[in-house]
Design a protein around this ligand. Structure first.
Ligand SMILES: Cc1cc2nc3c(=O)[nH]c(=O)nc-3n(C[C@H](O)[C@H](O)[C@H](O)COP(=O)(O)O)c2cc1C
Length: 275
């Protein structure tokens, strides 16, 4: 049986999958999923395919499928070294090293990277890092210059990351304030349903912080707190920092071959019990 299915992707693109029979369909989906290191499972994906095909899918199911294939497209594009357009912003929370390691791990010569650093972020970076280096290919912008493409919804960008994200900036975004380039950009990414990844660093939280986070999650932001993991047994400060940076790269949809992945075949640590 030949099944030819066309799925809408981002930017008027389509993904066409042809399945010769059930076995091929299952194998293809498994391969696709494994190559992306992605969920949902084959069974979940097939269920969604059936739903959509027969017009029985709920809006939620269809959105889930759409996100899955959007991600797949992004990944394929990156594998081909196609250009992504990214906005990276830093604000005055502790953790300038997260920004440093992120820009070091993005191929800034291939991707279009715009950077906005708040005044407090510069202060904090001075305290925390001896040498704060931004790759020359990165376009740096002042907080007050609204004459940049990413503050308009008409300019298409793939993702915005605020790393580290102060609770002050998080609260301003939650309140809808748009009175700096950084805040306006975040506002635009939310209204255009583009990926906005916030990496807050604060502890403990008060109720206002928690409520602001909920507001942002409801508005579609990805909140990725700067909380390192230790099951990869990191042996240096950089290795600890990278456990957070890997998650940011995953969320952007950039290849991340060095990432430690729990349960990955061939890893000596996969049998170690996770706390
Ligand atoms: C050394 C230093 C460390 C700070 N660490 C944090 C932090 O970890 N988290 C946070 O939310 N704010 C932190 N702050 C406070 C913010 O910098 C402050 O709220 C500021 O208004 C944030 O402005 P911005 O978001 O425009 O950068 C820190 C400030 C300083 C000077």
């Amino acid at each position: 049986m030949l099944r030819n299915i066309r799925f809408p992707g981002r930017f008027n693109s389509f993904l066409e999958l042809t399945f010769l029979d059930k076995a091929v369909e299952t194998a293809s989906l498994r391969l696709l999923r494994q190559s992306l290191g992605l969920k949902p499972s084959v069974n979940e994906t097939r269920l969604l395919l059936n739903y959509v095909e027969r017009g029985r899918g709920s809006l939620g199911d269809i959105r889930k499928l759409q996100r899955f294939f959007d991600f797949a497209f992004g990944f394929t594009r990156n594998d081909r070294k196609a250009k992504m357009k990214l906005v990276i912003a830093a604000t005055g929370a502790s953790g300038a090293v997260y920004l440093q390691r992120l820009v070091e791990q993005i191929d800034c010569a291939t991707h279009e990277v715009h950077l906005v650093v708040s005044a407090y972020a510069r202060e904090v970076a001075k305290q925390e890092l001896d040498d704060f280096k931004i790759p020359v290919e990165v376009s740096q912008h002042s907080e007050s210059d609204m004459n940049v493409p990413f503050v308009s919804g008409s300019a298409r960008f793939d993702a915005m990351v605020i790393v580290p994200c102060s609770m002050a900036t998080l609260g301003r975004i939650a309140s809808g304030s748009s009175d700096s380039v950084l805040l306006r950009a975040a506002d635009v990414f939310l209204k255009e349903r583009r990926k906005l990844i916030l990496v807050p660093r604060e502890t403990p939280w008060n109720l206002i912080h928690a409520r602001n986070v909920v507001t942002l999650l409801e508005a579609g932001a990805i909140v990725l707190p700067a909380i390192p993991s230790f099951y990869s047994r990191p042996s240096s400060l950089t290795a600890v920092v990278d456990t957070v940076v890997w998650r940011i790269l995953d969320q952007i949809g950039l290849p991340n071959p060095g990432a430690y992945r729990w349960g990955q075949k061939g890893s000596a640590k996969t049998s170690r019990k996770r706390s």
